[in-house]
Each structure stands twice: as C-alpha cells, then as structure tokens.
Design a protein around this ligand. Structure first.
Ligand code: ADP
Ligand code: TRP
Length: 323
C-alpha cells in the first residue's frame, strides 16, 4: 500500500486548470486499491497571501467540496483541512531548526514570489518548511505535485535524511515526488496559462448563464464567419480538445476547416461539452456548498483520521529530540 499525500491551497474556488492539472489526476490515483491517499486543503499556506478570513474560509470549503464532487472516497482515503491538525505547526518549528537558512534563500518559488509581490512576509520564506512538515507528519511515501514544487520536495527529502542521520534512526519516511511530465497546461480565456493571478480562469461550477458569459469572453481572432478557421491556433478549440473524446474533437476540427462555422458556434459547443461532461460534479458541488453541515462533518472525519497518524509521528519526534 503506497501512502500518497498532496495539498491544494485555499486561495479561491478551484478552476478548470487546477481540476484538469491536479485534482482529477489525484482522484484517479485514489481509485487504485493499492494506494492510500491523504489529500488536504493547505489553508495555513494560503495565509501567506490571503489575509481576508472569510474569503479564505470560503475558499477552503470550495476546495473541499471540489475534492468530494470529483469523487474522492473519504472512507478509503483522507480529506482534511491543514489547520484542523495544528500539530503540524509544532513539527514545522522542529524542522525549521534543521533547515539551512542559505538553502531556503535559494528556493525558486520564494525568489519568484518575492520579486512579484508587495507583501514579502516571513511565512512566504518559511513556506517550504511547513510543506516539509505536511509531508513528514504523515509518513508519506509519494507526493504528486506540479513541476514548480519539485524543489520543495527535495528540501523535504534532504531534511528527513539529515535528521534521520543525526539521530541515527528512521525517524522520518523519506518521500519521493511524482511529477507527471506530460501534465497538460490548461490555457485561460486569454490564451495564457490559466491562473487565478491572471483572472483568465474558468470556474466550471458557475450557473449556466454565467458560465456562458465566461466562455463568451474567450479571446479569438477576427476571421469572418464564412471563412475556414485554423483549430490549432484557437483558444476555444484548445480547451475543447482537453475534455472531449477523439471523435468529438475530430467533428469540431472538421467544422473549423469547412468554414461557415463561427467562433460563437465553437463557444456554444464548448459550453455544451462542459455542462455535459461536468454535470455530476457541478450538481454535487452545489449540493455540498449548500450543506455546510455535511461538509464540516466530512472535514471532521478527515481531521480525526489525520490526527491518528500525526500524533504518534509527533510523539516519535519529540522523544528523539529530547522534548
Ligand atoms: P494558480 O496558478 O491559479 O494560482 P495554483 O498554483 O494554486 O494555481 O495551482 C494548484 C495546482 O493546480 C498545481 O498543482 C498546479 O500545477 C495546477 N494548475 C494550476 N494552473 C494550471 C493550469 N493552467 N494547467 C494545468 N495545471 C494547473
Ligand atoms: N505548495 C503546494 C502548492 O502550492 C501546496 C502544498 C502545501 C503541498 N503542502 C503540501 C503539496 C504538501 C504537496 C505536499 O501547490
């Protein structure tokens, strides 16, 4: 049984890029009977950027509802909110005392963020230590992440090995990252990588009318309706083919090439596809967001299961370090 863990920050409602790039593949991993998956909402990490308490809480609920709407089975696996197991903060302190300051200064993600953000706080700097604590707290073996997180997993592995060596015992399980090199980059409505930070994202949980508006805002060129169009340079087609099956994709490709098919028609096809493909998650998501009791009960169940793993690990660490 492989123990797999990953987290998603609660910085907004997960968008189509998050779903196709991270969430759906993680749910697929959880369906393998040989895997035990621990997925969590990294709300402590999101405090580095989100200071609005209500927005952060609401985003945490949205992330939880998305995991559940996409079919994560929480009887077999674990879904929890990071801040519900504050023991991770204690482990963060211990790990921080073994993490080299110079090495943290070399973190790519910190360098990128500190160049682009006005609020460069210490939490942003020690972010990888909290992430290492998330991973080591649960004796994690495999961490599925995007390429941008690779260095953070290296920090985690090095910390685990260093401390194991120093205390001459297998205190921590040394984790490995799992990076899907072929992972798709989902384009946003403006053709750049879909991201919260560019406001070019598609929230698939919107009511149909609003979703239609967002799809309508996808940038296209000005080829007239009657002329043939190049599907391979079109943002609408790029999104369509990420979701549609081969046959559907071919049908749409032919329509582009034939002419007399406008971008309005293509957008209508994309909207119909999204509504059809995500019918169940859309319904389930909205049910869950309207039943906070059920969502909280799911998170409480996850908290209890997560804590039952974290408590003995933390006990082991306290003993080894002499606390
Ligand atoms: P954002 O860029 O919107 O802030 P995050 O950095 O919070 O998104 O990403 C959370 C997860 O979703 C990461 O694992 C990331 O790899 C994945 N992801 C985000 N945007 C995309 C995208 N456009 N295409 C594919 N995967 C994405
Ligand atoms: N840093 C990750 C991201 O921004 C989220 C995260 C926090 C995480 N703790 C983690 C991912 C532990 C994997 C394991 O995408």
């Amino acid at each position: 049984m492989a123990r797999i863990l990953t987290g998603i920050q609660s910085t907004n409602i997960p968008h189509l890029g998050n779903i196709l790039g991270a969430l759906s593949p993680a749910v697929a991993l959880s369906k393998n009977p040989n895997n035990h998956c621990i997925y969590f909402i990294a709300d402590l990490h999101s405090l580095t950027s989100i200071k609005d308490a209500d927005f952060r809480k609401e985003s945490a609920m949205a992330v939880a509802a998305t995991w559940l709407a996409f079919g994560l089975d929480t009887d077999k696996n674990i879904l929890f909110r990071q801040s519900d197991v504050p023991e991770v903060c204690e482990l963060t302190w211990y790990l921080g005392c073994f993490m080299s300051y110079q090495r943290l200064q070399l973190a790519h993600s910190f360098k990128d963020k500190s160049e682009n953000l006005s609020d460069v706080n210490a939490g942003l700097f020690t972010y990888p230590v909290l992430m290492a604590a998330d991973i080591l707290m649960y004796d994690t073996e495999i961490v599925p992440v995007g390429k941008d997180q690779k260095q953070h997993i290296e920090f985690t592995r090095d910390l685990a090995e260093k401390i194991n060596h120093q205390y001459n015992q297998e205190l921590f399980v040394v984790p490995k990252e799992q990076i899907d090199e072929q992972v798709m980059v989902v384009p946003g409505t403006d053709g750049r990588k879909m991201s919260k930070s560019y406001s070019n994202f598609i929230n698939i949980f919107l009511p149909e009318k609003e979703l239609k508006k967002v799809i309508g805002s996808i940038v296209t060129d000005s080829t007239p309706l009657e002329e043939p169009k190049n599907p391979d340079t079109c943002n609408v087609f790029a999104l369509y083919k990420l979701i549609a099956n081969a046959e559907q994709t071919n049908v749409l490709r032919e329509k582009y090439l034939a002419g007399n098919f406008g971008y309005g028609h293509a957008k209508a096809a994309l909207l119909e596809l999204l509504l059809d493909y995500y019918r169940e998650p859309r319904t389930r998501y909205n049910e869950l967001m309207n039943d906070r009791g059920l969502l909280e009960a799911e998170l409480k169940k996850g908290e209890d299961k997560a804590r039952s793993i974290a408590t003995p690990v933390l006990g082991r660490v306290r003993t080894a370090l002499g606390f």
